[in-house]
Design a binder for this molecule. Structure first.
Ligand code: ZN
Length: 160
């Protein structure tokens, strides 16, 4: 079965940036599941998966424009530490959550002070090209419920 609109797809990936540094991998778990044609993935990555079948392995290279866009200057902001959600000790370079009116945003910690921190609101991968090593694990028809929700349920997908 080929990957096309409304297929539920499970794949493994290892993501490196254009400097060859590994950013993340699905290899520790059961893989990433998504609903094809519903913008669950970066559009350029989804296009590269179109027409593939289970067992296919390939590499997809995205420019920063196809990924998370250019880094924008002037994106450093000072925020109170009490607004942060962070795993453990605050260390420059770590990705933290900032609680605000619009919900939680992710940012990279730049500088840590006593009561405030400076964070960079650029996406952590902004300005970087990305290289995905992909292995397609499974392709199936999505259920009516998955199509209604616009995402895949079960292992590697939404759990709710
Ligand atoms: Zn759902």
């Amino acid at each position: 079965m080929q990957i096309e609109h409304n297929k539920a797809v499970t794949f493994h990936y290892t993501l490196r940036d254009d400097g060859g540094v590994q950013v993340e991998t699905s290899r520790a778990g059961s893989g990433q599941a998504y609903l094809h044609g519903h913008r669950n993935l970066l559009p350029a990555l989804e296009s590269a998966l179109e027409g593939r079948v289970a067992g296919d392995s390939f590499t997809v290279t995205l420019s920063s424009d196809q990924a998370y866009g250019p880094r924008r200057e002037g994106s450093i902001q000072r925020v109170p530490i009490k607004q942060l959600s962070a795993p453990g000790k605050l260390t420059p370079g770590m990705v933290v959550g900032i609680r605000g009116e619009g919900g939680m945003r992710r940012a990279v910690l730049v500088k840590v002070g006593k009561f405030n921190v400076d964070v960079d609101l650029n996406h952590p991968l902004a300005g970087r090209g990305l290289v995905f090593d992909i292995e397609v694990i499974a392709v199936r028809d999505a259920t009516a419920e998955e199509l209604a929700h616009g995402h895949v349920h079960g292992a590697g997908g939404h759990q709710h």
